[in-house]
Design a protein around this ligand. Structure first.
Ligand SMILES: [Fe+2]
Length: 136
């Protein structure tokens, strides 16, 4: 079962970022499947790491272009990215503290709400700004 399904309504008008969002959805769906089906510790741990690493790569990539083109809302947008990074680190730390015991589903709700809310909110705000910029 898919938690997140990308569709054109989520497009931010930049192919590179749309592709990264799709990949992010794939990883979250995979994570969700692991959480609901086998809950195998090592697999969940690996996917959680992948989820963190890929998001960090994607958020940093967006930020790189905010800087490059001096996007007017770059500071407030980066602040929201920072909150996300912090929250994910907290989830991972919480899991480590539990010494590998099963983690709660809170992270699933958070991921779903955050990515949909962020793409439809803050990311959509840069659509017009990036429309005539070259991003590859
Ligand atoms: Fe963003």
């Amino acid at each position: 079962m898919l938690l997140l399904e990308w569709s054109s309504e989520y497009s931010v008008g930049v192919k590179k970022f749309d592709d990264q969002h799709k990949r992010m959805f794939d990883i979250i769906n995979h994570f969700y499947a692991l959480m609901t089906v086998d809950r195998e510790h090592d697999k969940i741990q690996n996917t959680l790491q992948e989820l963190k690493d890929y998001a960090n790569y994607h958020l940093a990539d967006e930020e790189k272009y905010f800087e490059k083109f001096n996007y007017p809302k770059k500071e407030e947008h980066k602040k929201i990215h920072d909150e996300y990074r912090k929250k994910i680190n907290e989830f991972i730390k919480e899991r480590d503290n539990k010494d590998g015991r099963l983690m709660s589903f809170d992270i699933i709700d958070y991921l779903e709400d955050w990515w949909i809310g962020h793409i439809m909110g803050m990311d959509k705000e840069y659509v017009d700004f990036f429309k005539d910029k070259k991003i590859d």
